[in-house]
Ligand binder design. Structure first.
Ligand SMILES: [Zn+2]
Length: 216
């Protein structure tokens, strides 16, 4: 088993400040660590860890979605993905790694402009980003990789539907098995999930989405 390739030094966890505390949530108890890579909060990474004996621990890497996770907007599945991941990681151990960058790394201004294009012109999230001249999924995983290396994780079971995320980790030498994380659509989120499936290539079962689009 080869060691994961080192992340670039400018995003290395060795250069980050960090702080850690015990946190008790509705899901259970975990250790919360913040890795601060600089003055921009959106660059920082949170890691909640729950002890595990697994040689291939369960990992979720999620990037912020204030509209879905905090305000419980119905038009995406982010809160439910967070909820399901936290449940599973607290049940069997593992790591929940949270990137503070919203809008798939493009920031809230772009995200809300994109949501407005959805409202006003019916564009899905992919086409809205293209219209705004923004890469549809500009997330970079170098800081996350640096955190995984710091923890010493070279084999993981990754909760995701996103092949790009799997590829980013595999490219750095981490052995990744996928654990699917498909959330049942609501009438409001079906269009978003269908765009994730058809345009972002997410590994989603279309039969679980189509009914809600047609019934909308
Ligand atoms: Zn969301």
């Amino acid at each position: 088993m080869s060691r994961p390739a080192r992340a670039g030094s400018e995003v290395s966890v060795d250069k980050a400040d960090s702080a850690s505390c015990r946190i008790e949530t509705v899901y259970g108890v975990s250790q919360l660590t913040v890795f601060s890579f600089g003055p921009n909060e959106q660059d920082n990474i949170l890691c909640l860890s729950v002890p595990t004996e697994e040689s291939r621990p369960l990992v979720r890497i999620q990037s912020a979605c204030y509209t879905g996770e905090i305000f419980r907007s119905l038009d995406c599945d982010c809160h439910e993905q967070l909820d399901e991941s936290m449940r599973r990681i607290h049940a069997g151990g593992g790591y929940f790694i949270y990137m503070l960058a919203d809008g798939r790394g493009a920031g809230l201004l772009t995200k809300v402009r994109g949501l407005a294009l959805g409202d006003n012109e019916g564009l899905d999230t992919y086409d809205a980003y293209v219209r705004l001249g923004v890469e549809p999924d500009p997330r970079k995983y170098a800081r996350v990789l640096s955190v995984l290396q710091h923890i010493g994780l070279s084999k993981i079971e990754l909760l995701t539907n996103n092949p790009r995320k799997i590829e980013a980790l595999r490219d750095s030498g981490i052995s990744v098995d996928r654990a699917p994380l498909q959330i049942d659509p609501t009438p409001a989120s079906a269009q978003y999930l269908e765009a994730k499936r058809t345009k972002f290539g997410h590994l989603l079962d279309s039969s679980l989405i189509r009914g809600d689009i047609e019934g909308k």
